[in-house]
Design a binder for this molecule. Structure first.
Ligand SMILES: O=C(CO)[C@H](O)[C@H](O)COP(=O)(O)O
Length: 232
């Protein structure tokens, strides 16, 4: 299903496009399929959202750039951990949320590719990843707890680990707290308040960024949103 969603989104990619390349297993299908089209002669420039994606795309011969060289993109295609009917997302399960958000925000359009299991009525079943500076991590955690409590949210906040004694480090060298708050009734307010905490670099709530979601189910791929609309 992930591949079917990726295939459907690929139909919108045209010659000369500047593309943001997402991270995760669904995005990896897209990059793989894009690589095959590039081998057939399609010319595009890709800006990867993680080192993982950069290595994959490089290996497939996709021409790559950076946001410094190519600061505006036509389209970003990425996966998500959860999405709702208003095209709000939780991302960061793969640890790339900061670069993913920067790249999506630099794009005229963002297409999300996902299987139908990612669709929720209310965001929050998937623990919300919050990327934080390593300095003062415990203090930042207390601050996150206070912000959450203020919105009636509670639940375990877990430092993501890559080994039993080694915290996971993002490509930017930050930690991630996975916040299992449960249903988030006011994602916009939570997003704003989390961003206001000095130690918080960013969080996995993507609001107002996705323009269309390609949802693959057993009956095919359905599109939520608008494939032609652009934010920039
Ligand atoms: O946000 C992400 C990475 O930071 C991914 O898009 C998200 O975790 C979905 O991954 P997958 O396609 O493997 O289910």
């Amino acid at each position: 299903m992930k591949r079917a969603a990726a295939e459907a989104a690929l139909q919108s990619v045209t010659h000369g496009m500047r593309l943001g390349l997402g991270t995760g297993s669904t995005a990896a299908h897209f990059v793989d399929l894009l690589g095959a089209r590039v081998r057939q002669g399609l010319e595009v420039v890709g800006v990867p959202t993680s080192e993982r994606t950069r290595l994959q795309a490089e290996g497939l011969g996709i021409t790559l750039s950076t946001l410094d060289e190519t600061p505006e993109l036509d389209l970003t295609i990425d996966g998500a951990d959860e999405f709702d009917a208003s095209l709000r997302l939780i991302k960061g399960g793969g640890g790339a949320l900061l670069r993913e958000k920067i790249v999506a925000a630099a794009s005229k359009r963002m297409f999300v590719i996902a299987d139908a299991t990612k669709e929720v009525e209310t965001l929050g079943a998937f623990p919300l990843p919050v990327e934080i500076d390593r300095f003062g991590a415990r203090s930042t955690r207390l601050h996150i707890e206070r912000v959450a409590r203020g919105l009636g949210l509670e639940g375990p906040i877990t430092l993501r680990m890559s080994a039993p004694d080694a915290p996971y480090l993002t490509d930017g060298g930050h930690y991630i707290y996975d916040c299992a708050f449960g249903a988030i009734d006011a994602p916009e307010t939570l997003a704003e308040r989390l961003r206001a905490i000095p130690g918080v670099v960013d969080h996995g709530l993507f609001i107002g960024l996705a323009t269309a979601i390609f949802v693959a189910g057993k009956d095919g791929v359905r599109i939520v949103g608008d494939v032609t609309g652009g934010a920039l």
